[in-house]
Design a protein. Structure first.
Lengths: 314, 295
């Protein structure tokens, strides 16, 4: 299944009645459009962001087309900015909560929908992918309706069930707002975790469980000593992929809190966005902060490529 | 195999009901919110279900604000972006279809190169793609904005299509490469002996055999580009070039738009991809797991 770098290159040695380009040249040609796209839209902007982060770039400079070199001044301003550190701290907190919940819930729900004998499990399984289909920004706006203090859907339901007497300000209080935003994010991204765990579960031989059951192992012990160790590789994948995406959370923050109340839900991507695209439009500092975020995620990407990707087969 | 006790079965049913309730809660909220008037939302803030149901929210959006219906009779101001709904729908559709077509075309070429000619540099390219998939959009947006601005490509659909294609290509390659790799080489070799060119072998033999993989990749590319907010939000600020997610984002914090209208436009925007996922569930599942672990 895995691509093998050491496979003999038979195709290149073939004699052909017609003159044809070599296998290597063909592969290079096939790769050319992608290479151009990646260079244009990924590599060049990433390098250019590094360049911008070392220069003063505001709207005035953009109009004139001259960016004065300022060295590491933009990074120095980041380090001095209390809001930047708050945004980083919030990002880590947000990521920890969402990824932790996604792994635990992902495994739990995957085990649940794997119970083919339970008819409600089959219903859950049918619905599991729905959140993936909802646009993130629409999801955010829907949850801002759910959380609304005065008119919110969640308060309505709790009133109807007789659980509360006064409305609760879910996303509007500085202590709970960040946690309130994690729930919509978890809701939207959970299908991915469930899906991967569920696929990995299909690869665990039934015999293992049967043998353990014959030896008198309880369901919990079978899960802890058989299922969980075999799920470890897929959990590593989920951890790294979800962490790197949660680091860059943006849509739900924009739709539900816009960083508020106060600055309680400023996260890294929101910081870069506001710094660069809201007045006074400091693209230099914005690039610097986006670069810090990209570097954090880049470290995860390297771990993923080196140690996790392709070590797993489903 | 494992007989479950009645208690265990009941607990499992309960857990499922809880899960289903959580899964459906936002969809339930958006549906309920979109079928009532601002007045009924404000009159009783403790009731889940509205006393009267109306489709006027959809009527206003779908008639470009011309037919106000009963609940908007007294409303004199409607945000320009809501009147531009069809334009945004068209823009979203053009962008999503173009991005899907381009990523499938370039992606399958590159993935085929990687799968069939595995040399050291193609493996290296595959790894570069894996790393590229991690690059957060926000890190690209500032330089892209500056570059597109100097090229005069702000407020065009082309700029957004190019940016999204480059952004999604690595993911497309990661999904497609394992599919091409799973097709037996012997078929192509037989075709080549019969005089088929290298490109011909891809187009005539490999592509028709990998339709499930291409469908899986295509549906995921369509969904992601339909959902993409940051790229069109930053590159296209003018109403006539907005996509649906940008229109939705523009309603955030607009004091003239109440939840009923927001929910109606959210429902309209999420419907296409929800239908797509319901119809093509199998392919989405395959594509998502292929893109994450195989290679």
């Amino acid at each position: 299944m895995a691509l093998d770098a050491t496979a003999p290159r038979r195709a290149g040695k073939r004699r052909s009645p017609r003159r044809e380009i070599s296998a290597g040249a063909f592969a290079a040609l096939m790769y050319l459009p992608t290479l151009v796209c990646l260079a244009l839209v990924l590599a060049y902007p990433v390098l250019y962001a590094g360049y911008l982060s070392l220069h003063r770039v505001g709207l005035g400079q953009l109009r004139r087309g001259e960016f004065p070199f300022v060295g590491l001044e933009n990074y120095a301003r980041l380090i001095e900015d209390r809001l930047f550190w708050l945004a980083l701290k919030n990002t880590f907190l947000f990521t920890g909560v969402t990824v932790g919940a996604e792994v635990v819930l992902g495994v739990a729900i995957a085990l649940l929908i794997n119970q083919t004998g339970i008819w409600t499990s089959r219903v859950t399984r049918l619905l599991i992918l729905l959140p993936y289909a909802v646009p993130p920004i629409a999801n955010g706006l829907i949850w801002s309706f759910i959380y609304s203090f005065q008119f919110g859907f969640l308060n309505r339901m709790l009133f109807s069930l007789g659980l509360i007497d006064a409305p609760i300000n879910w996303s509007g209080n500085p202590h709970g707002a960040l946690y309130a935003v994690t729930v919509p994010y978890i809701w939207r991204t959970l299908p991915f975790a469930i899906l991967l765990v569920h696929a990995a579960l299909q690869g665990i031989p039934r015999e293992l469980h049967e043998a353990a059951a014959v030896d008198g192992a309880t369901a919990w012990r079978r899960f802890w000593h058989i299922t969980l160790p075999l799920l470890r590789p897929i959990i590593a994948i989920i951890l790294i992929l979800r962490t790197s995406f949660a680091f860059a959370v943006f849509e739900e923050i924009l739709a539900i809190t816009q960083g508020g109340p106060g600055d309680a839900t400023w996260v890294a991507a929101w910081y870069s966005y506001k710094t660069a695209f809201a007045p006074p439009n400091n693209f230099g500092v914005g690039s610097a902060s986006a670069y810090v975020l990209a570097l954090l995620i880049g470290l995860l990407a390297i771990v993923y490529v080196r140690f996790v990707y392709r070590r797993v087969t489903l | 195999m494992f007989k479950q006790s009645p208690i265990a079965r009941t607990l499992l049913h309960l857990a499922n009901l809880l899960g289903i309730a959580f899964l459906l809660l936002p969809l339930f909220a958006v549906a309920i919110g979109s079928i009532q008037s601002e007045r009924s939302l404000q009159a009783d803030t403790r009731a889940v279900f509205p006393r009267e149901v109306t489709l006027d929210n959809f009527l206003v959006i779908l008639s470009k604000g011309e037919q106000k219906g009963r609940i908007f009779e007294q409303v004199t101001y409607l945000p320009e972006n809501i009147k531009q709904f069809y334009r945004a729908l068209l823009n979203s559709t053009i962008i999503a279809i173009s991005v899907t077509a381009l990523t499938l075309c370039f992606g399958s070429m590159a993935a085929y190169g990687i799968a069939r000619h595995p040399t050291r540099w193609t493996v290296w390219l595959l790894q570069a793609n894996v790393v590229a998939r991690f690059v957060p959009a926000i890190a690209l947006m500032i330089p892209l904005y500056v570059v597109m601005r100097s090229l005069g490509q702000l407020n065009t659909l082309t700029g957004v299509i190019v940016a999204e294609t480059g952004f999604l290509l690595p993911y497309a390659i990661l999904i497609l490469a394992p599919y091409f790799d799973s097709i037996p080489r012997e078929l192509e070799e037989a075709a080549r002996i019969d005089g088929c060119t290298r490109l011909g072998a891809l187009v005539r033999i490999v592509l028709p055999l990998s339709t499930p993989g291409i469908a899986a990749c295509g549906v995921i590319m369509f969904i992601i580009s339909w959902h993409e907010l940051l790229i069109p939000l930053i590159l296209n600020a003018r109403p006539e070039f907005m996509t649906l997610p940008v229109v939705i984002a523009s309603l955030v914090g607009d004091v003239h738009v109440f939840f009923n209208m927001m929910m109606a436009i959210c429902l309209l925007a999420l419907l296409p991809t929800v239908i797509l996922v319901v119809l093509l569930q199998r392919y989405v599942v395959e594509g998502l797991s292929a893109g994450a672990v195989k290679g």
